[in-house]
Structures are given as C-alpha cells and as structure tokens.
Design a protein around this ligand. Structure first.
Ligand SMILES: [Zn+2]
Length: 430
C-alpha cells in the first residue's frame, strides 16, 4: 500500500461516498417516525428525543423550503435513529467464502471499539450513551461469495445490498432479536473489496423505509464499514475507527459536508467533512441539531441592534456554545469557539469559527461553508489528511467577519482561556 501524501486533500472516500449520497437521500424522503432499526410508528421524533429550544429560538430553527433529502434544518426529519439517551448498536462482523475473515472477528470489532463509543460520549457531553452489542461474537459467514453480491458502491438497497442485508438477517436471526436495537453496524472483513485508499465502499443507509425487514422491522439505519482507512502515516491504530462515527452520523441524520471538490467547504472542523487523519469533533450546529446542547447554550441573534455574547470552548461541557444569526427561514451564520481539546486534536489556531448553514442545500452539495479569516495563508497545520487552508480559519480578538449586504458584523472583542466574547451587530433593513 502506498503511503498517502501528507498534503492529500481529497481522500478516496469522497469519490465513493459521492455515489452514496443518492442512496442516503432517496431513503429519507420516504420515511416517517422512528422505532428501533426502523422508521416505524413510534411517537418519538428522529434526531434528539427532545430538541432544546425556547420561543426565542424560533427564527434560528431554519428548515428546507422544498425537497431536500438530507437537510441541515432543525429539527431533523423523522426516520433517523434517536441521538440522545441510550442507543443500542447491533454490531455484526461478516465474511465470505472468497474473503474469509482473518483471525478473530473480535479483533475487527476492536478496530472501532471502545473508541467509537468514547468519541460519542465526548462529543455529546455524555448525552449519547452509545452501546455496541455483540450477540454474535464470531464472523458471520454469508452464503454467497463477496463477488456474487456485486457490491461496488452504495446504492439505496440496490439488488446486491438487498440480498446482502437479507442474508445477514437470515444468518443472524436465530441469535439476534432485531427489534432490540436502534441501529446496525456491519463490519465487513477488511479483505473483501478494494483497499480504502483506492475506493472507499463504506456507506450508510439512513431512514430507509424500503429496507429489507428483520423480526418485523425494516433495517432502515445501517452503517457498512469496509477495508481500513489506513493512510500509511502510521496513525491507523489511533485514527482508523473514525469512519464509524462518520457513518453513524448519517444514521442520526447528519449530511455529508465534503463536496465533489473535497473538504474545502468545511475542512477538518467536522467529522462529516473529514474522517481520515487526526481526530475532530462536530460543529456546534450539529450538536444542537442532535440535542446535545441546552437552549441556554444557544444564542439566537435575530433582532436588529448590537448584542454581546460569551462563548466557551466547544470541547468543554457547559456554558454558551453557539450563536446563530438567521438570514432567512432556511439559512444563517453560526458562530462558535474551537480549541485543541476533547475530540479536537488538530486545532492549530484556537478561536471563533464562523460558517454559513443552508438547510436548502443537500448532503454532499455544500450545506455548510466555513469562512476563512486568512485567505490563501496555507493554514497552520501539516497534519496528514487535514485540509490545511481552513485550519487557521478562526477569528481572534480584534478581527471581524462582515456581510455588508445582509448588514451583519461579528467582532471578536475579548479572549480568555475559558471564555471569548463576540459582538454581533445587525443593521436594520432599509
Ligand atoms: Zn458520509
């Protein structure tokens, strides 16, 4: 395997995953409700069990205007897995006659756990209690060869996937009650299919009502992980698991933030943008969407005038985390404080991150855009698989973000270790 060039911008995942965008989305538009693996008839909404908000937050709860299959809008559409409380992840390791599992299936499991559970515990401030469960602690042998399923990339339970999921259910059913779980992880033996450096096959079907059924519930929220995201830099043991929190992010309703051009829209500021290389967290917008922030931690700057807001580091539990400045019913600016702590291990310029969120823009098409406070600087990191240019995008005291047309200014006025202050000015429309 070739070592990956350290400045590589577009990981192989993007190419394959772009194809999977269609898969995720088709499914979503036909789903409703949320129950176990399925979008059944539970009264619980998708995403968080409850979204923290007050009437003051109304103007900041942007939503899609038309048909957006996987949107940044709040609240998340129904059909996805609940993102707060205890979530039981049925985790199966599968192999094939032409790709027999090498060694202990539990070693494959240990490539992703306990890291994935810990990642969610840290990112959610303990609000998501993610429990992987292993009712079948061995390789589950599929009845057909890997080649016979014809899996080349993710499509919405295309014939190959339908067959694979049906066979997984048939093989596991004697030992597994599918109704007892909230999502499904399928960890495919890494010798099946191409190396992740060549083609990333890993894919998630989220909110898919058309999914094959198991124990009376459709397997609607399922993440498949293939190969190993090993860039040859020697960090695989520490960072290779990160494909799973990315794929599970889709199960909870989060869209892809990279585009056909790669990670240039959001850089390394969210695991839905870049999941190779050093660890990274989710944007504060995603944390609110997932129900991991209280209403008191989110400021909504909807009214004309000037107001000061405090922000505490996103990686630390408690305190104000997000200021949102709505532009209209479907878009706005988000403001948050990022430091090198918690899941954020590649932050090289702590400061205030400002980005535009558009609920009308679909997954993989650039629903979020980070504003770079230092254009063409080359960035402040040389960490492999971290989009360098945006790594110093943050604003520090004395710097301002200005949108003249919308009459919006965000100035960073003060910085202490545990708290920054920002002044948001909205000029009344003429
Ligand atoms: Zn993805």
């Amino acid at each position: 395997m070739q070592p990956q060039p350290s400045r590589r911008r577009i990981s192989p995942r993007r190419l394959a995953a772009l194809a999977s965008v269609t898969a995720l989305t088709l499914a979503v538009s036909t789903s409703a409700g949320n129950s176990g693996l399925s979008p059944g008839t539970s009264t619980a909404g998708a995403g968080p069990s409850t979204l923290s908000r007050t009437s003051v937050h109304g103007p900041c709860m942007i939503s899609a205007e038309g048909e957006v299959q996987m949107s940044e809008g709040i609240p998340t559409a129904p059909g996805y897995t609940r993102s707060t409380g205890t979530v039981r992840a049925l985790t199966l390791m599968i192999d094939f006659s032409d790709a027999p599992g090498e060694g202990d299936a539990l070693d494959r499991y240990r490539e992703f756990f306990p890291e994935t559970s810990e990642w969610f515990a840290t990112s959610s401030y303990g609000r998501l209690d993610y429990r992987p469960e292993l009712p079948v602690p061995d390789w589950l042998r599929m009845p057909k060869s890997f080649r016979a399923y014809g899996i080349e990339r993710g499509a919405p339970f295309d014939p190959g996937y339908r067959e694979l999921v049906r066979d997984i259910v048939a093989e596991a059913d004697p030992k597994v009650d599918f109704q007892a779980y909230d999502l499904l992880n399928v960890l495919v033996t890494p010798n099946a299919g191409p190396a992740a450096l060549d083609t990333v096959l890993s894919v998630t079907f989220a909110g898919n009502k058309e999914a094959p059924s198991a124990d009376g519930v459709p397997v609607s929220n399922a993440s498949f992980v293939y190969s190993r995201q090993d860039d040859g830099s020697g960090s695989y043991d520490r960072t290779g698991y990160r494909v799973l929190p990315h794929e599970n992010g889709h199960v909870f309703g989060l869209p892809d933030l990279y585009t056909a051009e790669g990670g240039g829209a959001v850089g390394h500021w969210d695991i839905m943008s870049e999941d190779w290389g050093a660890n990274n967290d989710l944007l504060a917008w995603h944390k609110w969407k997932l129900g991991w922030l209280d209403a008191s931690q989110v400021g909504c700057a909807a009214d004309p005038g000037t107001r000061e807001y405090a922000l505490t580091p996103l990686a630390r539990a408690g305190g104000p985390k997000l200021v949102f400045i709505p532009l209209d019913d479907h878009s706005g600016y988000a403001v948050e404080l990022r430091t090198r702590a918690g899941n954020d291990e590649a932050v090289c310029r702590p400061g205030v991150l400002i980005y535009r969120v558009d609920a009308n823009v679909d997954t993989g098409m650039g629903p979020i855009t980070v504003y770079d406070s230092r254009h063409d600087s080359g960035g402040c990191t040389r960490s492999p698989n971290v989009h360098a240019e945006l790594s110093d995008a943050t604003f520090v005291p004395g710097e301002s973000f200005v949108d003249r047309r919308a009459g919006i200014r965000v100035a960073v006025t003060a910085a202490e270790a545990e708290e920054y202050r920002v002044r948001v000015t909205r000029t009344p429309p003429d």
